[in-house]
Design a protein around this ligand. Sequence first.
Ligand SMILES: *Cc1c(COP(=O)(O)O)cnc(C)c1O
Length: 388
Amino acid sequence: MTGGRPHGHRKALPRMGPRIPFGDLKRQHNALQAELEAAMLRVLTSGWYILGPEVRAFEEAFAAFCTTRFCIGVANGTEALQLALAALGVGSGDEVVTVANASVYQAVTILATGARPVFVDVDEDSHTMDPAALAGAITSRTRAIMPVHLYGRMADMDAILAIAVQHGIPVVEDCDQAHGATLGGRVAGSLGVLGCFSFYPTKNLGALGDGGAVVTNDAALAEKVRRLRQYGWERKYYTSDPGGLNSRLDELQAALLAVKLPYLPAWNARRRAIAARYQERLTDTGLILPAAPVDGEHVYHLYVVRAAGRDALQARLQERGIGTEIHYPLPTHLQPVYASFAPPGGLPVTERLAREVFSLPMYPELTDDEVDAVAAAVHEAMRKSRER
Ligand SMILES: *Cc1c(COP(=O)(O)O)cnc(C)c1O
């Protein structure tokens, strides 16, 4: 976590502003301490720790939340993506079209299957896959499309699904930042053939460790993911599918997630209220603010704004005790290790956004006063930047 002044400086700050960390999970956990302790104790005394009643109960509850028939708990969001691709039979010689502005997770999972990532640019307003760019990237080798519902906003799924259907290519949704986001009344994870979630602690629904899930309405794919998450076993010690992983969700994490899941709708609503408050207080700053899709609910996993002089602004906010982060500083195709997958001509929108984006504090436990203090610090920092 950033926030607070740099280490090693005793000098008093020029002006003691509020100290607002970029994130603070203790606030959420303090409020739920008794319930979380009870769940931990229940697992501790049960004598059963891997793939048991807690995982089954959470899978059922999370499938209902996503309005899908099936949910398979897995070890983390990255392996959720990898297992989804593997269940579709994606492998060497195949191409998977995805974006390069959502950190490297997609590339990691696509390469793990033996396929090749094909990066396309994003739409400037939504920061999500540009459907026109997708249409231009489809080849005879394209075996899957992996849009990312970035920052809590769903990609333009109507346009993406239309292209996918036209070519008969399955869509795997990366919902790792979009638990509960909707578009046209449909819930993230229920639109593609498979939807993938992470329960990394800072996500909108987070475990106290790693966790993930794959959701789907397809019974055969659900069974396949179920087998692949555990060595490709059909039943204990009998293998039906080659490959596979050990990628199980723990009983302990499932029990903790089941405690938190009922709070998720209220937490997402609070994130939207914070976003509305930021919007109100930051409209006249010159920052480019995020917007929700016209026909859907943003869940503001992150509150990402854009500014031309981003780095100086971020430093000024840091001086004022406001924690910010950059999601993400270096697009995947510009990471030296993935340079061979960079499309000719690069990805101009992705690259411009990477230079301008930064994230303000956004978590349900932020108070209105803190939001106002962040906004006031932004105003002050912008004014200082203009004076320079
Ligand atoms: C967090 C995240 C992942 C990876 O999830 P892990 O559980 O950390 O493996 C993948 N994609 C996106 C967009 C994410 O935000």
